[in-house]
Structure formats: structure tokens, C-alpha cells
Design a binder for this molecule. Structure first.
Ligand SMILES: Cc1cc2nc3c(=O)[nH]c(=O)nc-3n(C[C@H](O)[C@H](O)[C@H](O)COP(=O)(O)OP(=O)(O)OC[C@H]3O[C@@H](n4cnc5c(N)ncnc54)[C@H](O)[C@@H]3O)c2cc1C
Ligand SMILES: NC(=O)C1=CN([C@@H]2O[C@H](COP(=O)(O)OP(=O)(O)OC[C@H]3O[C@@H](n4cnc5c(N)ncnc54)[C@H](OP(=O)(O)O)[C@@H]3O)[C@@H](O)[C@H]2O)C=CC1
Length: 497
């Protein structure tokens, strides 16, 4: 006879930041209930040293921990380490890889996302998502002389700066680097850092910090390589030695306005060279190759580069397949589970948070979703609050953290703060930009619309984030200040605080 299904009022799927935060909050709200946290990975991600540094900017450390530690800290959380294979939402049932069944009253799906790889399945194309894929990347890099990085977002920006001793061909679709965070002006400000020798000391910066519990002690449980691990986060590369076989620091060549058309094996490349009369010419500033490479990348601009392997840093796709197949979830354009302003999916009693979901409520004019560590935490926490409110029949307002988009991070060893509609996203042509830039030191851009501040990019130690956060939140009419808003001789902080 099959074992009876275990029951819990609250089940959370996913041991990343969204799932763990959700389970923790539920455990505190309902101390008499068992909270089931199901995860495919043997380790969970936990936030430590959380600090609210301003109204919307937050600072915390991340630790990869054994699940036993979470159960010790929260005795009513039961971690079930088994991949969820199937959901039968009409029966409120979950089926795990180890053959067990679980019945939930309320379920929160926090299964994250996975890299959206170009040429998926090609063994020379690597993605970076979790600790295991990062370690696999490091191992390959240690043998490499040249790699091609494709993509222009967060991971690519971090990689091209961090990699040493290996030539990098960076292929981007856009005209300027870092399209997900910057405009061409900010990109121009950052570029010299790619050609300079790398500074040894990292700047102190208010940002989240990623640590792996026990990495130094070599105690971290090793996830099986086909298991779905949690996403890495800030400073993920700190513990890794990202070095190729050469002795130089940076050697980055950027190919703009192109994508990868084809990947050729060495044999295919040789064949192409023999047969093609119109064989594409090499880029002038790339050394003629004396060696044969394991793989060749043909770009849409006609150039071909040989390399050891390719990193596809081309975004993520929410983890909804295959375990949610057969349920009729409404999906967003990006493939995420659509959630309303109470983190409900389209199926009763099922909530979602973090990278797996697509925020589908009418957002504040200065907030948008981005798949980031901070939003995973905020959504996990708020989803638990919504589950609690629904259970207790209470009403709940959208959390304040969704009032303003705020992200603090570090690129090219600069502190970077992005606020609101920092790239004038969705503002059309009806906006103006104010700029202040001191080469090598700071880059400040604000986005104004009808005299109101709608967004800002702050690179360097500007100390302007709290003031600008307030100005965006209170939508004060700043028309009278004109360009003086960024006048370095005016102490703007005293003015507006
Ligand atoms: C290299 C890298 C660098 C990054 N850097 C930053 C940064 O500097 N700042 C920032 O804000 N964000 C950064 N991010 C993004 C950030 O890491 C993610 O947005 C965030 O971690 C998402 O959290 P999550 O809990 O939604 O998903 P995840 O962390 O992906 O967790 C998903 C969890 O679900 C589990 N799971 C998946 N499928 C199943 C299943 N079928 N059954 C059971 N369990 C399942 C997984 O094992 C995992 O535990 C980075 C991401 C990467 C990859
Ligand atoms: N410091 C931080 O805050 C960091 C955050 N992250 C987060 O981790 C997640 C994964 O990072 P990442 O993979 O860099 O994803 P991102 O979404 O940040 O960037 C993906 C990039 O790849 C481009 N792209 C998409 N498809 C193709 C294609 N077929 N060919 C060429 N380029 C393509 C995108 O262009 P387009 O936008 O035009 O589609 C975009 O420039 C993201 O959510 C990111 O925000 C990661 C690292 C650091």
C-alpha cells in the first residue's frame, strides 16, 4: 500500500533567497504550523546581517548553508530535499523525485530561473547560474587562452572585468556596454577600467555580499551537476580564481551590434576555409591566429573568432518546466508565472515569488521588475505576508518595497546605484537627462520628467542615493532648480533632506 501523503498548511518550493525568506516569514507568523520547504539542492541560501540602509536600499550578506542549520534556527521549518517532479493543482498535491506525495493548503512557488543559453546543448557553450556552474566555468577558464562572452547584462559586465590572463572577445547586440544597467554615457565612463591594470583592493561598498559557508573548510555539500542549484549573487566570483593561462590582466575586445550566427567545430572551420572564396576577413585589431582553436564563433557582422569556449550570459528563463506542466498557469511574456499584487498566481491557493514570477500588477511609475537578489527577498517576504493575510481573512496593502526600484551593486570596482526609471524605461521621448561626470571618479545621471525626478544612475562614491531616493519618492517639483540640481558646489543633501 502506498504511504499516505504528508500534509501541511504551507508548502514552499525552492531553497533560494525567495523560498527561504518566504518559509522563514511563514514560520514566524505561524509558529504552531509545520512549514515544508522543498528544494532540489542540498544547500539553501540564507540572508544574514540584513540592514535597511535607506527607505528602499538594503544591505545583506548571503550564505549558502546546509538545510539542517535553517531547521535548527526555525524548528517548524521542515526541509525536504527532493526535486518536485509534478504539481496537481486541482488536488492540491505535489509529487517529488523520491516518490513521495505532499498535500498543501497554500503553496508558494520559488523555483527561480535558469540561464537562457544560446545554442543550448552545445558542450562548448557555458552558462553561469549556481555554485557548480561557476566552478565548472573556473575550471575551463584555467585552461583557456581566449573565450567569447555573449550578452550585455549583469553577468557579462562582471566577467569581462574579473577575468585575467585570458583574452575575451565580448560580443554585444548593442552599441554600448551594459545595456541592462547603463546608457552610452555611463558605458563611456566605465570603458577605461577595462583597459587599465586591475586594482588589487576592492572598494568598500554598500551592497550585498555573497559568502559560501564552509567553502574555505571544504565542507560544502557538493550538488550533483544535474541538480537545480540556487542562483549565485553579489560577489560570487570573490572566492573563485578567474584566471586563464596567460600572464596579462585584461585583454578585452568588444564587438558591437552583433549576435552569434553560428558555432563551428575546428573541422568545420578548416573545411570552410578550404571551400569558401568569400571567407570573412579577420578584424584588424585582432592578432592573426597561429593556432587552431577547438571552436569558432561566426558573428552576424561576418567576423569569425576562434576560442576555447563560449559563455552565454544572455539572461534567464523562469523555471516552470517541466514540473508545472499540465497546470493552467497564466504566463508573462518572459515565461514567468504571472502574479497579482498579492503574489497570487492564476491558480487558487498558489503564490509565486522571485525569479520564477512575472509581476503583473499595475506598478508604481518608478518601479519595475528585474530578476535580482533584493527583489527575490522582498517578494518572498511579501508572499508569506499575503499567504498569512489570506489564511487569517485579513486585507493587506502592496509592500512599500515595490514603490521604488532601487538596486546597489558594483561594476568594474565602482559602486553603482540605480534608482527608479534609471534608463528612462517606458518614459518615451518626453524626458530630459541631467549629467555630471568626473572621469575616473563619478558619473551621475538623473532622469527628469515634467520637473520631477523619475530615476538616477550613480556610479562612484556620490553619496547622493538617499537624497535622490527621497526626491523620486516624493515627486517634488524641481523645475526651479534646473541644472543646479547636480551642481557640485551646492550641497544638495542639506538642501533636500
Ligand atoms: C552569476 C550571477 C550573479 C548575480 N549577481 C547578482 C547581483 O550582484 N545582485 C543581485 O541582486 N542579483 C544577482 N543575481 C541574481 C540573483 O542571484 C537572483 O535574482 C536570485 O538569486 C533569485 O532567487 P530565487 O530564490 O528566485 O531563485 P534561485 O536562487 O534560483 O532559487 C531557486 C531554488 O529552487 C530550487 N528548485 C528549482 N526547481 C525545483 C524543483 N523542480 N523542485 C524543487 N526545487 C527546485 C533550486 O534548487 C533553488 O534552491 C545574480 C545571478 C547570477 C546567476
Ligand atoms: N550586479 C548585478 O546586479 C548582477 C545581476 N545579475 C542578474 O542575474 C541574472 C542573469 O544575468 P545575465 O545573464 O547577465 O542577464 P541580463 O538579463 O542581465 O542580461 C542579458 C543580456 O543578454 C542579451 N541577450 C539576450 N539574448 C541574446 C542573444 N541571443 N544574443 C546576444 N545577446 C543576448 C540581453 O540583451 P537585451 O537586454 O537587449 O535582451 C542582455 O544584454 C539577471 O537577472 C541579472 O540582472 C547578474 C550578475 C550581476
Amino acid at each position: 500500500m502506498a504511504a499516505a501523503a504528508a500534509r501541511s498548511q504551507f508548502v514552499v518550493v525552492g531553497g533560494g533567497i525567495a523560498g527561504v525568506t518566504c518559509a522563514q516569514k511563514l514560520a514566524v507568523e505561524f509558529p504552531a504550523e509545520d512549514i515544508f520547504l522543498m528544494t532540489a539542492s542540498p544547500v539553501i541560501k540564507a540572508i544574514t546581517n540584513f540592514k535597511q540602509v535607506s527607505k528602499t536600499l538594503e544591505e545583506f550578506d548571503i550564505e549558502e548553508q546546509p538545510s539542517s542549520l535553517l531547521e535548527k534556527q526555525y524548528p517548524n521549518i521542515k526541509v525536504i530535499q527532493s526535486e518536485v517532479k509534478r504539481l496537481k493543482s486541482e488536488e492540491h498535491k505535489i509529487f517529488t523525485e523520491d516518490g513521495k506525495e505532499y498535500i498543501y493548503e497554500k503553496l508558494c512557488l520559488c523555483a527561480g530561473a535558469k540561464p537562457k543559453l544560446i545554442f543550448e546543448g552545445n558542450p562548448y557553450v557555458l552558462g553561469i547560474r549556481d555554485t557548480d556552474s561557476a566552478e565548472a566555468f573556473q575550471k575551463n577558464l584555467a585552461q583557456a587562452e581566449r573565450i567569447v562572452v555573449v550578452g550585455n547584462g549583469g553577468i557579462a559586465l562582471e566577467l569581462v572585468y574579473e577575468i585575467e590572463g585570458c583574452e575575451v572577445i565580448w560580443a554585444i547586440k548593442d552599441k554600448a556596454i551594459g545595456n541592462t544597467f547603463f546608457d552610452a554615457g555611463a558605458a563611456e565612463f566605465l570603458i577605461p577600467k577595462l583597459t587599465a591594470e586591475k586594482q588589487e583592493t576592492a572598494i568598500a561598498c554598500k551592497r550585498t555580499k555573497y559568502t559560501v559557508e564552509g567553502r574555505e573548510k571544504k565542507e560544502r555539500p557538493i550538488a550533483e551537476s544535474d541538480k537545480l542549484g540556487s542562483a549565485l549573487g553579489p560577489d560570487w566570483h570573490e572566492g573563485l580564481h578567474l584566471k586563464g593561462t596567460k600572464e596579462f590582466s585584461h585583454k578585452v575586445h568588444i564587438e558591437i551590434l552583433c549576435e552569434v550566427k553560428k558555432i563551428l567545430l575546428q573541422q568545420e572551420f578548416i573545411q570552410l576555409q578550404r571551400t569558401s572564396l568569400t571567407f570573412p576577413k579577420k578584424e584588424k585589431n585582432v592578432e592573426p591566429d597561429e593556432v587552431l582553436w577547438p571552436i569558432y564563433v561566426e558573428l552576424t557582422n561576418g567576423k569569425i573568432y576562434g576560442c576555447n569556449f563560449i559563455v552565454s550570459a544572455t539572461g534567464v528563463v523562469p523555471n516552470v518546466k517541466p514540473f508545472l506542466d499540465g497546470n493552467n498557469f497564466s504566463l508573462g511574456e518572459d515565461g514567468g508565472l504571472k502574479v497579482d499584487k498579492h503574489m497570487h498566481t492564476s491558480i487558487p491557493d498558489i503564490y509565486a515569488a522571485g525569479d520564477i514570477c512575472t509581476a503583473s500588477w499595475e506598478p508604481s511609475p518608478v518601479w519595475h521588475q528585474m530578476r535580482l537578489w533584493t527583489q527575490a527577498r522582498q517578494m518572498g517576504w511579501y508572499a508569506a505576508k499575503c499567504m498569512a493575510a489570506d489564511t487569517l481573512g485579513e486585507s493587506i496593502d502592496l509592500d512599500f518595497s515595490f514603490e521604488l526600484f532601487a538596486h546597489v551593486t558594483k561594476f568594474f570596482n565602482y559602486k553603482v546605484v540605480v534608482l527608479g526609471k534609471y534608463n528612462a524605461q517606458g518614459l518615451g521621448l518626453d524626458h530630459e537627462l541631467l549629467l555630471r561626470c568626473t572621469k575616473g571618479q563619478e558619473y551621475v545621471k538623473v532622469v527628469m520628467q515634467n520637473g520631477r525626478m523619475m530615476g538616477a544612475v550613480l556610479i562612484g562614491e556620490t553619496d547622493l542615493e538617499e537624497t535622490f531616493e527621497n526626491l523620486i519618492l516624493n515627486q517634488m517639483d524641481l523645475s526651479a532648480y534646473g541644472e543646479d540640481l547636480l551642481n557640485p558646489n551646492i550641497d544638495i543633501e542639506d538642501y533636500f533632506d
